[in-house]
Design a binder for this molecule. Structure first.
Ligand code: AMP
Length: 231
C-alpha cells in the first residue's frame, strides 16, 4: 500500500471497533495516557517509538537503520513506520480496537493510516493532548524510563519510590537518549514542522476529533477527561 492509494471501502459503521489516535507534542503525556487507556479499555497500546526502540535493542537491521535518526531527534522514514503499523494492526489482539501513540506523525502517514483503517473496518477517533511548551521542556527533563519493563516516571510529578529505581522490578531507571536537551529541541522542531500540520488534516477529515487539556491534573485525572470524551 502507498500513500496515494484511495480507500476501497465505505466508512465503517457506528459500533465498529475504535482506533484511538493519541496526538500531541513530545512530552504531552501521550505515552502515559496510552498505557492507562490500554489498561482501562483492555485494548493494545501501539507505540511506534517503542517498536523502533525494541528493534534497536535487539540489534535488528531495521533498528540499525533508524538508530542515528532517532538519536538525533529526527523522524524515521514514513515507509518504515507504515510497514510496522501495517503488520501490527493485523494481529488478532487488535480486533476489538487499539490505541495508537506517536503514529501518524506526518501527512503521508496519516493518509496511509486512513486508508488502512477504512479497509480493516476501524473507526478512527483522534484525541489531541494540548500542553504548553514550557511544561513540555520541564517534563521531558525529569523523565525516566525503566529499561526492563518500560514503566515511565517523572522526578517531579511521578517519582519512583526509591530514587532512580523502578518500583516494579528494581532496575536502574534511564534517561532516554532522545530526552537530552539538544535532541528534545530537534524533536519539538520536527513536531512543529511535520506533525502539527496534521491537526488540519484531522479536522478536515470529518472524523471524531477531541481536544484535551493536558496541562494540569494527575495522569488519572487526564485519563478521566479522555474517557469522558470517548464515551
Ligand atoms: P516517541 O517514543 O513516540 O517519542 O518516538 C521516539 C522517536 O521514534 C521519534 O523521535 C522518531 O525518531 C521515531 N518515531 C516514532 N514514531 C514515529 C513516526 N510515526 N514517524 C517517524 N518517526 C517516528
Amino acid at each position: 500500500m502507498n500513500e496515494n492509494e484511495q480507500p476501497v471501502h465505505p466508512a465503517p459503521l457506528a459500533g465498529a471497533p475504535r482506533a484511538i489516535i493519541l496526538f500531541g507534542p513530545p512530552g504531552s503525556g501521550k505515552g502515559t495516557q496510552a498505557k492507562l487507556l490500554k489498561e482501562s479499555l483492555s485494548v493494545p497500546h501501539i507505540s511506534t517509538g517503542d517498536m523502533l526502540r525494541e528493534r534497536i535493542a535487539s540489534g535488528d537491521p531495521l533498528g540499525l537503520e533508524v538508530q542515528a535518526l532517532m538519536q538525533a531527534g529526527k523522524l524515521v522514514p514514513d515507509e518504515t513506520v507504515n510497514r510496522l503499523v501495517h503488520e501490527r494492526v493485523r494481529a488478532k489482539d487488535c480486533a476489538g480496537g487499539f490505541v495508537l501513540d506517536g503514529y501518524p506523525r506526518t501527512i503521508p502517514q496519516a493518509k496511509v493510516l486512513e486508508a488502512e483503517l477504512l479497509r480493516l473496518g476501524y473507526q478512527p477517533v483522534v484525541i489531541h493532548l494540548k500542553v504548553d511548551y514550557t511544561k513540555i521542556i520541564a517534563r521531558i527533563a525529569g523523565r525516566r524510563q525503566c529499561p526492563v519493563c518500560g514503566s515511565l516516571y517523572n522526578l517531579t510529578s511521578h517519582p519512583p519510590k526509591q530514587p532512580e529505581l523502578c518500583d516494579l522490578d528494581g532496575a536502574r531507571l534511564m534517561v532516554r537518549d532522545d530526552d537530552r536537551e539538544q535532541v528534545v529541541r530537534a524533536r519539538l522542531e520536527a513536531y512543529e514542522r511535520q506533525t502539527q500540520p496534521l491537526l488540519e488534516f484531522f479536522a478536515a477529515s470529518g472524523r471524531p476529533f477531541h481536544e484535551v487539556d493536558g496541562n494540569d491534573g494527575s495522569p488519572t485525572a487526564i485519563l478521566e477527561r479522555v474517557r469522558a470524551l470517548l464515551g
